[in-house]
Design a protein around this ligand. Structure first.
Ligand SMILES: Cc1cc2nc3c(=O)[nH]c(=O)nc-3n(C[C@H](O)[C@H](O)[C@H](O)COP(=O)(O)O)c2cc1C
Length: 214
């Protein structure tokens, strides 16, 4: 075997071993639910941005973001910050970062590991997605929606919209940059996320510090 090939194989093995050591479920810090910007100011500041600093979001920031997006705000019923049609809770938030892919588990306020691959470049067709620190992918599990195919798609889209707006408002409040995105090669991304036949990608959402932030 040629030397560079051996080295590449060794690097793959080392990366694989490091990933295998990571816990399958990572508990997030509790969300900081006090403070933040007054709602009317957050609405005034909400906007799309497509230039990001490469700086990663710290765990507390990511925890706040995910809780704001679709976290449990009424533990007695498990209901969430975003409404869903018939309380189906069918939208899963996949979180693609340089470290790999995880899925948010609102009930446990935790991240469940999906893969150790950096698939950010596959979360959209625009160049910035490859380096945006976080790309959320909103995935609807149609299997949780006992209605017609037409209504499944209609409600999956509207339910995603509520979550995406929560993300926009949290980002405005926290001084983060973000843009929701529909331009995605869905087949390629579904393969990278290893989605099942009942799971459809609705939108993606890039999030990070604004370009130039230290
Ligand atoms: C459903 C949906 C899909 C979108 N898809 C993309 C996209 O693929 N790429 C992108 O850069 N912006 C995308 N956007 C962002 C819009 O371009 C943006 O919201 C619009 O230009 C208005 O700007 P504002 O969000 O700053 O008000 C999308 C927005 C929505 C609501």
């Amino acid at each position: 075997m040629r030397y560079p090939i051996r080295l590449a194989l060794l690097a793959l093995l080392v990366a694989g071993a490091a990933w295998a050591r990571e816990p399958a479920v990572l508990k997030l810090p509790p969300p900081q639910t006090e403070g933040g910007m007054p709602l009317m100011q957050a609405l005034k500041a909400r906007h799309s941005a497509r230039e990001f600093s490469p700086k990663a979001l710290p765990p507390q920031q990511l925890a706040n973001l995910l809780w704001a997006a679709a976290g449990v705000n009424r533990p007695d019923s498990g209901k969430r910050t975003a409404p869903t049609a018939r309380d189906w809770r069918e939208i899963d938030l996949y979180v693609a970062t340089a470290e790999g892919v995880q899925v948010y588990v609102p009930e446990a306020h935790a991240l469940r590991r999906v893969s150790g691959r950096d698939i950010r470049a596959l979360t959209g067709v625009q160049d910035f997605v490859a380096t945006a620190p976080v790309n959320l992918v909103y995935v609807a599990d149609l299997g949780r929606m006992d209605t017609t195919p037409e209504h499944q798609r209609l409600y999956a889209a509207t339910d995603t919209g509520f979550i995406a707006q929560n993300v926009y408002l949290y980002c405005a409040s926290a001084g983060l940059a973000c843009v929701v995105r529909g331009s995605i090669d869905r087949d390629a991304l579904a393969a990278a996320l290893e989605l099942g036949p009942q799971q459809i990608i609705v939108l993606a959402h890039s999030v990070g510090y604004p370009a130039g932030a230290k």
